[in-house]
Design a protein around this ligand. Structure first.
Ligand SMILES: NC(=O)c1ccc[n+]([C@@H]2O[C@H](COP(=O)([O-])OP(=O)(O)OC[C@H]3O[C@@H](n4cnc5c(N)ncnc54)[C@H](OP(=O)(O)O)[C@@H]3O)[C@@H](O)[C@H]2O)c1
Length: 163
């Protein structure tokens, strides 16, 4: 399994239910990486999408504890084990954990690759991703291209789990 996330200089990832910045170049990168694949997310992340709808061209798995919650076009699961069971029906390299904070935290150990967009700015944030530079299980394996949107620069990086 892989994960994909955009973090600011403090590893902040969101504020008040939304993203920290509108970065079309990063959204394009996210789309390229995840299109045709399987994405796992928490209910709050689904709700943060336009019209709270699942992402098109992807198999959407949504974690929720709410027994009455259902959403057209997504597979709703009630536990991590159920999410893992559904995900195991697919090639593990095609499964992406896409947030938010609570799901990244719970599923970090399920992942072997982390696509992390480093946004070179600090924002007011209320949800964070674990700092992988301070995690001995992970190493920065690639620093890719950089981009700029709305005066904000960012760099695509990859972290890999140390075997
Ligand atoms: N920067 C990025 O790349 C990025 C990516 C994604 C999201 N985000 C941001 O992250 C924030 C959302 O993160 P979040 O931590 O608040 O929410 P979240 O992880 O998206 O969703 C949390 C909800 O998912 C359900 N859930 C989580 N784990 C579960 C489990 N093991 N079993 C059953 N249900 C489970 C729970 O629903 P119940 O309420 O039913 O218990 C929980 O309230 C937003 O600000 C969003 O914009 C940023």
């Amino acid at each position: 399994m892989k994960l994909i996330v955009a973090v600011d200089e403090n590893w902040g990832i969101g504020n008040k239910g939304g993203l920290l910045a509108h970065l079309p170049g990063d959204l394009k990168y996210f789309k390229e990486k995840t299109s045709g694949k399987v994405v796992i997310m928490g209910q709050n992340t689904l709700i943060s999408f336009p019209k709270s709808k699942p992402l098109p061209n992807r198999t959407n798995i949504v974690l929720s504890n709410d027994p009455s919650f259902s959403v057209e076009g997504a597979i709703v699961v009630r536990s991590l084990d159920e999410a893992r069971k559904v995900a195991s029906e697919y090639n593990t390299d095609d499964v992406f954990v896409i947030g938010g904070a609570s799901v990244y935290r719970q599923m970090l150990d399920d992942c072997d690759t982390a696509y992390i967009t480093k946004v070179h700015k600090s924002f007011e944030a209320d949800v964070f991703f674990p700092n992988l530079d301070e995690n001995e299980k992970w190493t920065l394996s690639n620093v890719g291209e950089s981009g700029e949107d709305n005066g904000i620069t960012y760099t695509f990086t990859t972290y890999t789990k140390i075997r």
